[in-house]
Structure formats: C-alpha cells, structure tokens
Design a protein around this ligand. Structure first.
Ligand SMILES: [Mn+2]
Length: 398
C-alpha cells in the first residue's frame, strides 16, 4: 500500500491564511493522486474554535477527497469514538485543536461529518487487495502528559499486518528543550512506521530501528532559518519500506541577514531595498524575513530605521518582515532579553505558556490531584473568563 503522510495545515492561520488553504489543497490533491491512504497527524486547523469560514474551507478540502474513487477502505475501527466513513483519510487532532477532555474539537467534527476517520486513542484498519494496514493514534496533548497517556493506552501494533503509530508531540531528539519531551526510545515498540506531526520542518529518522517521519507543516509559520526548505509530504511504500518527500508549490521563504556595520540608518535602508528587489525579481511574491545585526553608527537608534515604511512600499512584491533583534538594543532591552530566553524553534506560544504555568505551580508547591496541564487547558478555554474560573474552582474545591 502507498501511504501519504502530510501534516500541520494550520487552516485559518491569520498571517498566511490563503497560503494555508492553497498549500493544504495542493498537498491533499497530490497526495491523493499518489497514495492509497492519507495520514494526517494533527493541526489541520490553526485554532481549536475555528470560524465557520475556516470550517467551510476544511469541509471543502475533505469533501473533495471523499468524492474520489478510493481502492483502499477503512474496514475496522476499535477504541475511543466511532468512524462514519470508509474513505482512507485517517487523522488525529494536534495541539492547536486540543480542548479540555470530553469536549469536541474541530477534528472530531470532521470525523462526525464522515469526512475523515479520527484515530485519537483508537485504531483503524485499512484494506486494499487483501493487504491490511493498522493505524494506531494518540491525539496531541500537553508534552508532560504524553508518557502517562502512553502508559494508560499502551498502544500495540496489530498482529500480522503493517502497523503505524500516529501521534503529535514534541520529540526530544529534534527539540531538546525540555525533559518532558518524549524520546524516540520511549515510543511504543514494535510498529513498522512512526509518523508524527507538530514539528514544522521535516524529519527523517528511526525509532526502534524503524522509520520515523515528520513531514513538517504545509504552510510557513515561524519565519526561522529551518523553514527555508520546500514544504510537502511523504509517500511511504509498505511493500518496499521506501519513502520519498514530494514538494508542493509552497510560497518561497528567504531569511536575509544584514549587518549594521556601524552605518547610518539610511544606508541600511538602501541595503534592505536592494535585497527585497533582488528576491522579488522572480515575481513569485516571496516571504522575506530580514534580520539586522550589529551596531548602528554612533548617535542613531534602532528606531531610526524606518522599517514599516519599507514593508508597506514593497507589499505587492514581497511579504517582508524586518527584525532588529540581535542588535545592541538601546530601547526595549528587556523585550530583547525575554525573546532571547525563549527556547523556541518549534514550540507554540501555547506550549511555552504552559511551561511558564508549570514553573509557577512548582514554585508555589502545587499539590492538588488535578493534572496541571488539564488545569491549563480549562483556564485557557475560549469562553468568558468568569465561567471558566467558576468551573475550575468548582473542580478544585467543589
Ligand atoms: Mn503545528
């Protein structure tokens, strides 16, 4: 069987909403042309409460897939929830869709609508010409809870068939920032393929001697050096164990570094303009992040570089973001300090917030029964703050 692995579409991502939709559409379409089965390990949506317009985008994409003539079919399902389609599009919710336990998330909605099969804490079996493939999934949860859930769920490969473990977490080998992050050796043993979402640049590695793949996001989200590679998806062949990365026509992203070199702001502005013009010459409206480093000529401040004006002037030729981080900061030195202390290459702001929350709880010697990560989920629910706080207080002392 040919399996496509594609992830982190982030539909509704504010800054590049159109890119998110177009690139997900292209990835899904190409993947469906090449594969018998599509696997999506989370973050289909950028937000756990997407607007109806964003839900409509997702429904459109997945309905188009449902109408294709699939040779493979989901024939069995076991575990949490139910399945409402036999179309071989199998997914889990990611951390961006995560909501408090027992509450529907937007991927659940797509599952209920029969547009995909949600294998969060469940296993689906897909069959084609007598070949059977099992997909065991665990939806994205707070990193510090993943070991506990692995223990409780004890995911095991299905006997006698090619088995895939599908999940959405930070993995320590590729994000060595926290001891909470799972190591590949801690993943359940015995699967033939490990497929993960969450990390937005692609990873090809091994877990328990078997292929471990992360396809990365289909849309640019972080404007970091590592995201300059082309976006796309994997195709994995269960017969040969071979896999290949297939690029999509994602918007080009270029990180440009300019040294201030003791010059006046007007000279740096000229430099920036030249770089924008050079990159925009291909006419593909690239995304440029320009980082200015070093020190300005004496007597000038960072603010003297008129970046908003430059961004606006070239808006139609390129999407430009100009950062002055890394310069000797005269103004906003504290902001610089905070940003530099962020261990973020691929951690979401939410996960970073959760980290701070956990630190504070540790300091105050939190000793209650309720899991702190679950508490954080409840407190960060998109509802009126007094009803959220009321519910949390009820839960803690009620
Ligand atoms: Mn993501």
């Amino acid at each position: 069987m040919k399996i496509a692995l594609l992830s982190d579409f982030h539909l509704g991502y504010g800054r590049f909403r159109e890119d998110a939709y177009k690139q997900a559409e292209e990835a899904l379409g190409k993947a469906a042309d090449l594969a018998d089965l599509l696997l999506i390990p989370g973050d289909i949506f950028d937000n756990r409460n997407p607007d109806p317009e964003i839900l409509a985008e997702a429904i459109t994409l997945f309905r188009n897939l449902s109408e294709r003539d699939w040779k493979a079919r989901v024939t069995e399902f076991e575990g949490a929830g139910r399945h409402f389609t036999s179309v071989p599009v199998v997914a889990i919710p990611g951390t961006h869709e995560r909501r408090a336990e027992g509450v529907e998330d937007p991927v659940d909605l797509l599952g209920l609508a029969g547009l995909l099969v949600d294998v969060s804490n469940a296993q689906a079996i897909v069959e084609k010409d007598g070949e059977r493939v099992a997909i065991r999934g665990i939806g994205g949860i707070a990193d510090d809870r993943f070991r506990e859930v692995l223990k409780k769920e004890a995911p095991r490969p299905a006997p006698g068939m090619f088995s895939i473990f599908l999940f959405h977490e930070s993995v320590y080998e590729f994000l060595p920032f926290s001891k909470d992050f799972i190591k590949t050796e801690e993943l359940p043993d015995g699967f033939d393929l490990y497929a993960c979402g969450h990390i937005h640049s692609r990873v090809e590695s091994k877990a328990h001697g078997k292929p471990f793949l992360i396809p990365g996001s289909t849309v640019l989200t972080q404007l970091k050096g590592g995201e300059q590679e082309r976006k796309g998806f994997y195709i994995f062949d269960t017969k040969t164990g071979a896999y290949s990365f297939n690029c999509i026509d994602s918007r080009r992203f270029v990180l440009v570094r300019i040294s201030a070199g003791g010059r006046a702001p007007s000279e740096i502005e000229r430099d920036i303009e030249e770089r924008i013009k050079a990159e925009a010459a291909r006419g593909d409206v690239p995304i440029l992040r320009i980082e200015i480093e070093g020190r300005l000529k004496e007597g000038y401040r960072n603010l003297d570089i008129n970046t908003p004006e430059l961004v606006e002037r070239y808006r139609k030729m390129a999407t430009v973001e100009i950062g002055k981080l890394g310069m000797e900061l005269e103004e906003g030195a504290d902001a610089g300090k905070v940003t530099k202390s962020l261990p973020v290459e691929s951690i979401s702001i939410k996960d970073y917030g959760l980290g701070i929350f956990m630190e504070k709880l540790k300091e105050s010697k939190y000793g209650l029964q309720k899991n702190p990560a679950e508490l954080f989920e409840m407190l960060s629910a998109d509802e009126k703050k007094d009803s959220v706080v009321g519910r949390v207080v009820d839960m803690l002392i009620g």
